[in-house]
Structures are given as C-alpha cells and as structure tokens.
Design a protein around this ligand. Structure first.
Ligand code: ADP
Length: 479
C-alpha cells in the first residue's frame, strides 16, 4: 500500500512540536505493516540543505505565482518529497513565522501551495508513483483533501489528522478567489467557516476519515469546551472520527543508548540516572541536594498550563523541591519564570529556547516532569518521561489521561501506576497532586516501583501503527 503523507514538519528535518515527531516516526512504524509512506514537506532552508542527493520528480512552473518543483530524496530512513519553492519557503525565521516571531502574512498561500501539490501527486503527477491513500496532517496540509474533493480526485481515500484543534488556519474570505478552486468549494460542505475560509475545517469536512491523536481527545472535541467551534462538525462526522494515540520513536528515545545524556541507564540500573541528575543540576545551577527535581519541557503557553506552575513554584521550593524549565513562548510567562529563578537561585533554573539534546538530559536527570495542560491532544513529553524513569505529573485531559496511570491506592496495590494525574486543572489541583508526589518521593521503594512500571509501559508505535494500517485498509475496501 502506498501512502502520501503531507506535513509541514517532519523530524529530524524540521521540528517545532509533536507533529514533526509523529510525521517522522509513523512511516517507519508503518513499514512493518506493508505500508510505504512518502512524506511531502516544504523546502525550508533546513530541509533543502540536509538533502545529500535528490531527483526532480515533478515541476510546477507557476504554483500560485512561484516557480516550484518536487524533489525526491531519502533521509534518516524516510522517503521524502520536498516541495522546493524558494519564493514560499526559502526564508529566515521558523516554518510559520519570521525572525521576530510574527506569522508570515502569506501563510495561507504557502500552505495552500503545499496542499495543492499534495493533491496533484494524488492525481498522478509523479511518473511511476501514485498513492493509494493520502494522509494530511493539521491545517497546513488540510487543503489537500479539499483540492482532491473539488478538482476531481475524489476516488482516492484521504485521512485528515488533527494534532491540535487550536490551530485552524482561518483566513478572510477575500483569499478564496486565489485558491484555484471552483465556487462550490466555498460552501458549508467545503471551506466556508463562519464566513471565512477555514483550512482545517475544509479538510475535516472533505477527508474520508478524521483521526486525532488520542481516544480521550477524540471524545473531548465533540464538546463545546474543547471543540474550538468545530464540535458540530466533529459530531456530524463522529462515525468517521478515530482516536489513535501517538507512540514515540523508541530508537531515538532510548535511555540505554542515548548519546545526548551524561550516562546511559535502564530500568535495571536506575542508580545510574544519578549522573544525569548531577549534570542537569550543574546545567541549571541547582543545588545538588536531596529533594525532587521537577522539569518542564514545553512551549510556554496558556494551553500548557505554565501559569499554574508559576502559581505553585514558591510552594514547590518551600517543600524542598527544585524546578528546571526548558521552553520558549509567551513573553509574560517567560518573564515570570525568569523572576522565579532569580527569587530562588539554586532551586529554580530556566533555559529559554529550543534545545533538542538538552530535552533528553532533562528527561534522564529530573525526577518528575510537570505537564499541567488545559487541553492536550496527545502530548509526547509524558511518553518520554515514562521511558526515562522521569515520573509524569499530568492534567487529566486528552492523551495525558490515556497514557499515564494515576498512582491512586488501587493502582499502587495492583502495581500498575506510572505517574500522577490531577483534576480540576488549576493551581490547587496541581498542588494536591504534588503533595502526593512529594510523599511518594520520600518512599524510595514506591518511587522506584513507579519508575519501573513506567519504563515497562509500551510507548512504542507498534500498536498505533497497526491501527493506522487498519484504517487505511478499511478505506481502501470502500473504493
Ligand atoms: P506540542 O506539539 O503541543 O508542542 P507535544 O508534547 O506533543 O506538544 O510535543 C512537543 C515536542 O517538542 C516534544 O518532542 C518535546 O520534547 C519538544 N519540545 C518542546 N519544547 C522544547 C524545547 N524548548 N526544546 C526542545 N524540545 C522541546
């Protein structure tokens, strides 16, 4: 089975969040199920520069006013199709924002172009290769099923995966005439979204099936509280909505072989984590004494509940805990964290920025990872935490609820607990959970058992890849 995956980021070529990890790991996991995935990604500078050799497989002399071509290459075991369109993607800054962090004003056109090319590949624009299924990820790729539906490629099944419903790609109606779509595409059955053009809405409306990245989030987004305006559509399409939890790349995230950490370890040699604890303490200027080290590796945003951590940080320190934060985002949150660090030298350390190797050391060296998200489609950092003996302390929502087993009395007795969940999702809820964490931390046997149970949980892609393969097969059976 041939699948075209369309994604705006893919690890290790380009990454700003969990989408890249998924887009990078799923093809490898699917290979074991007889599925060959080729991934179409934009030709950002980082992507083009990392290609050692490539072949031009399609050309678009006038792609929304820009010259473009598709390059085929392999990289890190991935089969990549790069949309080389310098006018759209050869820019400084990030994938979506300029160097000052502002969204590019033509993002609608950049990602309509990506999706348009995805649909053209489904039509057969690459000689000798045509996908059986097209799989689009998030709003940046969501126009792919829209183009397929409205430009005569409706017989190829399409899957739309939502990694985060908060990002929808909503633009004013004035862009519609530039999208190269027939007028009927601007309707409730297509792109029209509260009078605007909704890229994600269009993708969700037109794809054969919808998936999101955990069963609980699939359920939540049918409700107004989490649906972000799309709950009606989600309800209407409930029979086509699948919740498939993300796995992680267990070769890259492997504490027994990880080159980014100070010392490797396994469930059987947890004492060897201590060199990582020391390295982490040194890196963040934390006193090397008793007391749990909590870490945070996250975008610093309201969604991630970082303000709740700021509310409880003084209390954490008063209980003998320490905090190390790696992340960037909202300036107000960054400022509040930096202020906490200067208030509590040796007890709170902050690294503002994005640092992949350091994120590995944090999981290997901290005792627990805090993830108090207000909503969380899946979340990956709790899965890394489980694999690294870094106990996850999570809000009970979305994929966090699906992947961490709370250390309540029943779960402790049955020896299945892997972390701590809390609700309601507010500072008091977090503090109550942390009280339980401190108590467990001071009972070394209980703590070690939690670590062991977490390290044994299956966080690989194996089971979920099978579910995606099953979904693809069921769609093909309908052709
Ligand atoms: P989201 O995609 O919503 O940001 P996820 O938990 O699904 O959240 O994925 C976040 C990914 O990005 C994880 O792989 C995490 O380790 C990584 N990450 C987040 N912030 C940083 C950072 N500042 N430095 C390094 N990696 C980070």
């Amino acid at each position: 089975m041939n699948v075209l995956s369309v994604a705006s980021e893919v690890f290790p070529l380009i990454k700003t969040g969990g989408l890249a990890d998924v887009a990078g790991a799923l093809p490898v996991a699917l290979a074991g199920h007889g599925v060959r995935v080729r991934t179409l990604v934009p030709g950002y500078p980082a992507v083009v520069q990392s290609l050692t050799s490539s072949e031009v497989v399609a050309e678009f002399p006038d792609l929304f006013g820009e010259e473009a071509r598709v390059l085929a290459a392999t990289h890190a075991g991935l089969d990549i199709l790069v949309l080389d369109a310098p006018g759209f993607f050869d820019r400084t800054g990030g994938p979506y924002t300029d160097a000052t962090g502002k969204d590019f004003v033509d993002n609608w056109k950049r990602f309509a172009a990506l999706s348009y090319v995805g649909a053209e590949i489904a039509r057969g624009r690459i000689a000798g290769w045509k996908p059986d299924i097209v799989h689009a990820h998030d709003w940046q790729a969501a126009m792919t099923p829209v183009y397929m539906r409205f430009t005569g490629i409706a017989n190829t099944p399409s899957v739309m995966t939502v990694h985060n419903l908060a990002f929808q790609g909503q633009f004013g109606p004035q862009i519609f005439p530039s999208l190269a779509l027939p007028p009927e595409a601007f309707s409730v059955d297509g792109l029209e979204y509260y009078g605007d053009v909704g890229f994600l809405k269009g993708g969700l409306q037109t794809a054969w099936a919808i998936t999101t990245v955990s069963p609980t989030y699939a359920h939540e987004i049918m409700m107004p509280e989490f649906g972000m305006g799309l709950e009606g559509l989600m309800n209407a399409r409930a029979s086509e909505l699948w919740g498939i939890v993300n796995g992680i790349d267990t070769a890259i995230w492997n504490p027994e072989l990880d080159p980014h950490i100070a010392g490797t370890f396994s469930a059987g040699s947890l004492r060897r984590r201590l060199v990582n604890r020391k390295a982490l303490s040194d890196r963040f200027g934390l006193h090397d004494d008793q007391g749990p080290i909590f870490c945070v590796v996250s975008r610093l945003t309201w969604q991630k509940g970082i303000d709740l951590i700021i509310e409880v940080v003084d209390w954490i320190v008063s209980q003998g805990g320490k905090l190390a934060v790696l992340g960037s985002g909202d300036q107000g949150l960054e400022g509040a964290l930096l202020a906490a660090a200067s208030r509590h030298r040796g007890r709170v350390g902050i690294a503002i920025g994005y640092d992949e190797p350091l994120s590995h050391l944090m999981q290997a060296g901290a005792d627990a990872i805090l993830i108090p998200s207000r909503f969380e489609p899946c979340g990956l950092t709790q899965l890394y935490g489980l694999r690294y003996g870094c106990i996850p302390v999570v809000a009970r929502t979305g994929g966090l609820a699906d992947t961490v087993i709370d250390a309540n009395q029943a779960a402790l007795t049955a020896r299945v607990a892997t972390g701590f969940q809390f609700t309601p999702i507010n500072a008091e809820g977090l503090r109550q959970a942390l009280r339980r964490v401190f108590k467990a931390y001071h009972e070394p046997k209980v703590w070690a058992r939690l670590q062991n149970q977490g390290m044994k949980s299956d966080v690989s892609w194996e089971h979920s890849a099978e579910r995606y393969a099953h979904l693809y097969s069921s769609l093909l059976a309908r052709v």
